[in-house]
Every structure is written in C-alpha cells, then in structure tokens.
Ligand binder design. Structure first.
Ligand code: CMC
Length: 378
C-alpha cells in the first residue's frame, strides 16, 4: 500500500533556516529570535532584514533598506485598478496587480539572488500601495501619496485612511506586520516555493502565494472572523452562534485551530493583549468582549470533545484591525503585505538550492476501458 499523507500532514519537503515552530509549547522563532521579543522590540523592516539576511540590521543597514522601499505604482497598474468592477475583492485585485507588475520590470525572470532580492524590495512597498490604491479607488477616491520617509506600517495606514497616523497606531500596525511576516511551510509559502521550484519567476510565485492566502482556511480566516462577529452582534449571542456552528455539518468556528499548534498560537496571545489595550484606550470594547466570549465557549466545547483547538493568529487580529479602522475586506490583504517578507525569504532559499517539487497521487480511477469513436457514443 502506498502511504498517503493527506494535506501533506507531517511531511518534511526540505530543510530551512528561516523559521521554527514548536506547536506543543506554542513557540514561534524567526532566525533564532522568539516572536514575543520581536513583536515587543522590532519594527517590520528590522524583521524583513532578519528574515532575508539572517541577522538583525545595524542602523545603517536598516536605513539603507528603508530608503530602498518605494511605494510607486506604474500608471497602467493604477488604470487596471480603476477599471475593475465595483465590489472586486481586494485579494483578486492584489493578485492581479502583483502579476501585472512583472510586465513593468526590466528583469522579471532572473532567479539569481540579487535579482530576486531586488524584486522582493520592490514588492515590499508596491504590495501595500496596491492594497491601499484599490481600496481608495473602490471608495470613489484617488490613491493617497505615501510619505517616502515613513515606514511600511505608517504608509499603509496613511495610504488607506488618507491621514497621517498616530504613533500609537503605527506601533500596533508594526506589531501586526511583524507577527504575520513569516510562518514556515504554511499553505501559501509552500505554494510559493513549489511554484518557484519550476524555476519560474518570483512574480509568478508571489502571485500564486497571494491566491493561496486568500482561502478561508488560511489568511481569509481573519475577515471571516469579523464577518462572524458582525453577524453575531452581541456578547450574549456568541454562545448560540458557536454551538450552532459546531452542530452544523463540518462546522468550523473561524479563527480557531491550526495544523501545527496544539495550544494557543503565540501570535494570538500577543494580539489578544493588543486588542485588550486598544479596547481600553478607545472605549470601544464590543469586538474584544465578543472575542473573549467566543474563546471561552470554544475552550469549553473543544475541551469537552477532547480536541486541541485554540485561537490562531487570525482570531484576535480581526478585532485589532477593526479598531485600527480597517474594513474587513482589507484584513487578508494586510496579511499578504506582511507575508511578502516571509514568502520572499523562502524564495531566496528555494532558488539557491532548488529541487523541482513533484509529489504523486495514488490513482484510484478505472483502467482498461475500450475507446469508442464519437459516432458510437450516442
Ligand atoms: N472549529 C471547530 N472544529 C475545529 C476547528 C475549528 N476552527 N479546527 C479544527 N477543528 C476540529 C476538526 O473538526 C477536527 O475534528 P475531527 O478530528 O473530529 O474531524 C480536528 O479539530 C482537527 O481538525 P483538522 O481539520 O483535521 O485539522 P487541520 O490541521 O487539517 O486544519 C485548520 C487546520 C486551520 C484548517 C482548521 O483548524 C480550520 O479549519 N480552522 C478554521 C479556519 C482558520 O481559522 N484558519 C486560519 C489558520 S491559522 C493562520 C493562517 O494560516 O492563516
């Protein structure tokens, strides 16, 4: 019998030096540094440097990295966004935009280290620019000019909301970007690496990764969490929602469960704290209180069923993004903006020591059928 690893569960496809996850202890490490410390002390750009070059940057390295990040979009890409029908999902717009950017790159196909790094740097600024421009255009406005001296977190808030963000909001945004930057061989990163393993270009790999992230079992879960909270509407209604969902066929409560973590995702622990603080500061505690109640009911119900299903990164990020003023449709694109850092780090690794990814499927279909010419098939 051929062994089948459905969902590639437990399969090691290669080695990596980027990220390690201890699902039993709930620990996440980027290049040797614990995520809790990075979320506390590092900016997104420092984490990009860490993921891409293996070390935290010196001051001058960080300045050089920040200076290279540009948020400009080619005019035809902006025209493409303006031509999309009203209501186009931002992840469809982003996937199309990333793919289209390749046409405006003088060397989209080179997979040598320096060219792929150049593309990565370009996408670090252009992906948030695409997300923000799409949102502004869909709302009937024009894209907002970035501040060339500001960080990715600051410019994301500026370009989406159209005003200079507060330092506190920028810090929260930075924490969210750091937490979403990398997570080992998750579905979209694997898709990106598998795509790159054909030695196709980095734009194709990132386009494929964006498409994978969009799914509700992956990055799309953060928007699904907010959708559920909005539908529920009050703390009192949470319990019934959870029980009804679990009682339904294949009932999944979004924002819970993980392929790797058997305990609470450490990113969820940090975001829970951020969500609590934002709720206290803003006086708008509804979304946090509902999230707490959902966590409580899920803990009880999953415990009673003997399942290790705890909040994941998408759960508390929903209320955090809500309190930062983002529409729920923008939640998954924010995930993508951060994950460009991790996706690119994995592309560097894949291209540097490539082997084509080509698993097998065990055939269970029919055999030995006789071919009937079309005239005899009725
Ligand atoms: N609600 C209710 N039950 C759940 C949930 C959930 N969210 N997640 C897992 N379970 C149960 C599931 O029913 C199964 O029970 P049984 O063994 O009786 O069939 C058991 O836990 C194991 O689940 P699984 O689907 O076999 O585990 P998996 O590793 O294939 O799935 C997952 C992981 C993330 C797809 C799943 O937990 C899920 O669908 N969660 C909801 C969507 C979500 O929040 N996704 C974000 C994931 S984390 C960040 C990211 O990647 O973006």
């Amino acid at each position: 019998m051929d062994t089948i690893h459905r969902g590639l569960n437990g399969v090691n496809v290669d080695t990596s030096r980027i990220c390690s996850i201890d699902g039993e202890a709930g620990r996440l490490i980027y290049r040797g540094y614990d995520i809790t410390e990075l979320a506390d002390l590092a900016s997104f750009e420092e984490v990009v440097h860490l993921l891409w070059f293996g070390e935290l940057p010196t001051r001058s390295e960080l300045d050089a990295l920040r200076r290279t990040i540009a948020f400009d979009l080619p005019e035809p890409v902006l025209d493409m966004l303006a031509g999309l029908p009203k209501g186009t999902h931002p992840m469809h717009a982003l996937r199309t935009g990333v793919s289209m950017l390749s046409a405006f790159d003088d060397d989209p196909d080179g997979v040598d280290e320096s060219n792929v790094r150049r593309i990565g740097l370009s996408l670090l600024g252009r992906v948030p620019a695409l997300v923000a421009a799409h949102q502004r255009i869909q709302a009937g406005g024009a894209p907002v000019e970035p501040d060339p001296d500001a960080s990715v977190a600051s410019n994301l808030l500026r370009m989406v909301n159209g005003e200079t963000p507060t330092d506190a909001a920028v810090r929260v945004m930075d924490v969210a970007l750091v937490l979403h930057a990398e997570h080992g061989s998750n579905a979209s990163t694997f898709v990106g690496r598998a795509t790159a393993s054909t030695l196709t270009d980095a734009y194709s790999a990132i386009t494929a990764a964006v498409g994978s992230l969009k799914g509700p079992l992956h990055g799309g879960a953060n928007a699904a969490v907010m959708q559920a909270l909005e539908e529920i509407g009050s703390v009192e209604a949470v319990e019934k929602y959870v029980l009804d969902t679990l009682a339904s066929e294949k009932g999944r409560v979004m924002g819970f469960g993980h392929r790797v973590y058997r305990v609470m995702d450490p990113r969820a622990t940090i975001l829970k704290d951020v969500s609590r603080k934002l709720a206290e500061e803003s006086g708008d505690s509804k979304w946090f209180e509902m999230s707490l109640e959902m966590e409580r009911v899920m803990e009880r119900e999953m415990g009673a069923r003997g399942k290790q299903v705890a909040p994941n990164v998408d759960f508390f990020s929903a209320s955090v993004y809500r309190m930062l003023g983002f529409e729920k449709e923008t939640y998954t694109p924010i995930f993508a903006i951060a994950r460009v850092a991790g996706w690119m780090a994995h592309l560097f690794e894949q291209y540097a020591d490539n082997r084509l990814m080509r698993p097998r499927l065990v055939y269970e279909g029919e055999t030995g059928k006789a071919f009937a010419p079309i005239a005899q098939r009725g």
